[in-house]
Design a protein around this ligand. Structure first.
Ligand SMILES: [Ca+2]
Ligand SMILES: [Ca+2]
Ligand SMILES: [Ca+2]
Ligand SMILES: [Ca+2]
Length: 353
């Protein structure tokens, strides 16, 4: 109830400021002295107090040229007619490829199907680009899109930053929220894989930012690419890393079920409850309580991974746990390219006419 009241107040503020917050501010990132970030001790208590106005000091600019990490993800459109995913759905490893409705899996949601993700980092911002399946018939990005950040590289996320139903081509904090796992229970006893003994976790329970309200009103932003309406872009202050210059990052797309309180989803639900999107896993197929959801493996940002980091994308030359296979695609039409850095499987598309 508290959060509803907060959201209501927040939307009042946004409505009030709708005309005043957009452009006109610096297009280049401006380094400002950051306020002391909330400590994790303080974060156990909700720290957000609605304020009368949201005054932005620094607005994200354009992405740096060189990406810090790139990831490919399965294109479920290639097997959607068979009511299944082509790969990439391994519940016990917290990997989901299920941009479909539950049970029948006969509705495919291109706006929830992540195909590729890229991360860029500069001194002030972590920039994220999430490429969803381009669908001429429906370009509304009506889901939630986000990034999970694990800055101590132990496999459980510290932050989940989500943006709901992005529509603006300008950077905005509207609809953006940032959640912290202050009591460090995300992931349970086995981070990034299903716990043997399930325990109760409250997930990312501490909301540190929402719609421009929080200790730092400039913490997290979203926009839709002006050139590519299927691309969601996020910008998050590097302050969230609390001094770390390296992190693991996974990307998410979903709807209401992409809920900070349910993390890790692979601990909150049993495999039986969650179901599976791969028809080969016939004991668990089809998807059930976890549907309309997609995520990526985790990119290593700012360091060379050993390969043993929990949830990490397969490294080049390493036997890939999941191959990026376009089933049903005539091989002569299959176009694959290597990601720009070491962090992910080849990105393939089927150019069959
Ligand atoms: Ca996907
Ligand atoms: Ca962690
Ligand atoms: Ca776990
Ligand atoms: Ca927690």
């Amino acid at each position: 109830m508290k959060s509803k009241a907060y959201l209501f107040l927040a939307s009042l503020v946004i409505v009030t400021l709708a005309c005043g917050t957009a452009s006109g501010t610096a297009t280049e990132p401006v380094v400002v002295e950051a306020d002391a970030p909330a400590t994790s001790e303080a974060a156990a208590e909700p720290t957000i107090e609605p304020t009368a106005t949201v005054e932005h000091t620094v607005v994200p600019g354009e992405f740096p040229e060189e990406p810090s990490g790139v990831v490919g993800d399965q294109d479920s459109s290639v097997t959607a007619e068979d009511n299944r995913a082509p790969g990439g759905d391994r519940f016990t490893f917290t990997r989901f490829e299920r941009p479909f409705n539950a049970q029948a899996m006969d509705e495919y949601y291109p706006y929830l199907d992540i195909l590729e993700g890229t991360i860029y980092v500069d001194d002030v911002w972590i920039y994220v680009s999430i490429v969803t399946k381009n669908d001429e018939s429906s370009r509304e990005l009506s889901g939630r899109y986000g990034i999970e950040i694990d800055f101590d590289i132990d496999g459980d996320g510290e932050w989940l930053v989500l943006a709901s139903n992005p529509v603006s081509n300008e950077w905005t904090t509207a609809g953006v929220s940032a959640w912290f796992d202050a009591n460090d229970d995300v992931g349970g006893e086995s981070p990034s894989i299903t716990d043997e003994h399930s325990a109760v976790s409250d997930g990312f329970e501490s909301q540190e930012f929402g719609d421009g309200i929080g200790a730092d009103p400039d913490m997290a932003w979203v926009r839709v690419s002006a050139e590519e309406p299927n691309v969601v872009q996020l910008a998050i202050k590097t302050d969230v890393l609390k001094g770390s210059e390296r992190f693991l990052a996974g990307l998410w797309a979903g709807e209401e079920n992409l809920d900070p309180a349910l993390f890790d989803l692979s601990d909150h639900f049993t495999h039986e409850q969650a179901g599976a999107a791969l028809i080969e896993l016939d004991i668990f197929y089809p998807i059930k309580e976890i549907s309309a959801l997609d995520n990526t493996c985790r990119m290593a940002i700012g360091f060379q991974p050993t390969g043993s980091e929990p949830g990490l994308c397969p490294l080049p030359g390493q036997a890939a746990g999941e191959e990026q296979v376009e089933e049903g695609c005539n091989p002569q039409y299959l176009v694959c390219r290597e990601p720009l850095t070491y962090v992910g499987p080849a990105i393939c598309t089927c150019n069959e006419p």
